[in-house]
Design a protein around this ligand. Structure first.
Ligand SMILES: [Zn+2]
Length: 328
């Protein structure tokens, strides 16, 4: 069954490729993450004990969700996977109609993502960028250097490789933890969350910044916000990526012709207001998000998830300063 499932995945990958939706499927080495998908007829699960096809004894696993009773679990699919660091995981796909609407917060926030501060909200809350990869880079580099000096095919090379994989895992887990904490706190705090549609892939092409941008994990953060908003009945508004959120004055709507990336503070020539770059951008994103929710639903705080995740109407960029004035 897992072999058939793999063929199905390959089929989907090639279909996506030939219809122009994605790139050509890449070769995945057996040393990378491995997974086997077991569909319903290929496993038996009763009372929290899992028996996979071709196995006579139940698979021992540690359940890591304290609030869910494992004995009442009725999964539709089981995925057994091995990470490059040699750890094994089993994950269950379960059907759930349950959405847990979060308590109404009567609050809307705009969020500006950045590198110095991971995020700045329109309330003025700053979350520092943990820069996990940069902080642990020396450790990782040492293990990678050791690996590079080992002779190919040797046992010592395998051991060195495991250490590199372990260093990577630590960074990955720390980043995931940070992103989950941050996104959950954000979703709890507001009914309407406006963020900017960042072109992460495009920005990664900048060789000076790609390291820091990849380390920050904006793409994953956006993904988490999307599903958490949907689950909690919150509205996530994604503001057009060409919307000049940094260069517009959040008080009077004055639009600067240009602004350097290094300018952290600026004074508006229109109303003489002194702005912090990120806070001003967050306020503008909130205003643009409010303008859009009002346009579409007429209610800025409704639990509306229809537009969740989709790029926002083009008009938000063209309206620019007007939209900002309207919301400010
Ligand atoms: Zn101004």
């Amino acid at each position: 069954m897992p072999l058939q499932q793999t063929l199905r995945h390959q089929h989907t990958a090639f279909q996506n490729f030939f219809s122009g939706r994605s790139r050509h499927p890449r070769f995945k080495s057996r040393k990378c993450r491995q997974s086997a998908h077991y569909t319903r007829s290929a496993f038996r699960m009763r009372g929290g004990s899992l028996v996979l096809a071709k196995m006579t004894t139940p698979l021992q696993f540690t359940w890591s969700f304290g609030d869910v009773d494992v004995t009442e679990l009725a999964p539709t699919m089981v995925v057994v996977s091995r990470e490059p660091d040699g750890r094994w995981y089993v994950s269950f796909a379960v059907e759930s109609a349950r959405t847990t609407p979060a308590p109404v917060a009567n609050h809307a926030i705009g969020v500006d993502l950045g590198l110095t501060n991971f995020l700045v909200t329109s309330d003025g809350v700053r979350v520092a960028n943990p820069r996990l990869l940069t902080r642990k880079a020396r450790n990782l580099a040492r293990y990678q250097r050791r690996l590079a000096r080992c002779r190919a095919g040797s046992n010592n090379r395998l051991k060195a490789k495991a250490k590199v994989a372990r260093a990577h895992r630590k960074i990955r887990n720390a980043r995931q933890d940070f992103l989950h904490r941050t996104s959950t706190r954000l979703v709890r705090s507001a009914d309407v969350i406006a963020i900017e549609d960042l072109n992460v892939r495009g920005m990664m092409r900048n060789r000076r910044l790609s390291h820091a941008i990849g380390d920050a994990g904006w793409g994953e953060f956006r993904r988490q916000l999307e599903y958490k908003c949907q689950r909690a009945g919150r509205t996530l508004v994604v503001v057009d990526r060409w919307f000049p959120s940094s260069k517009t004055c959040s008080q009077c709507g004055h639009l600067l012709a240009e602004m350097k990336l290094s300018a952290r503070h600026w004074t508006c020539p229109g109303c003489r207001a002194r702005h912090d770059r990120d806070l001003n951008a967050a306020k503008n994103i909130l205003a643009a998000g409010r303008a859009v929710t009002r346009d579409v639903s007429g209610d800025a705080c409704g639990a509306d998830v229809r537009r969740q995740g989709t790029p926002l109407p083009q008009s938000a960029a063209k309206q620019g300063p007007d939209a900002v004035r309207l919301g400010a």
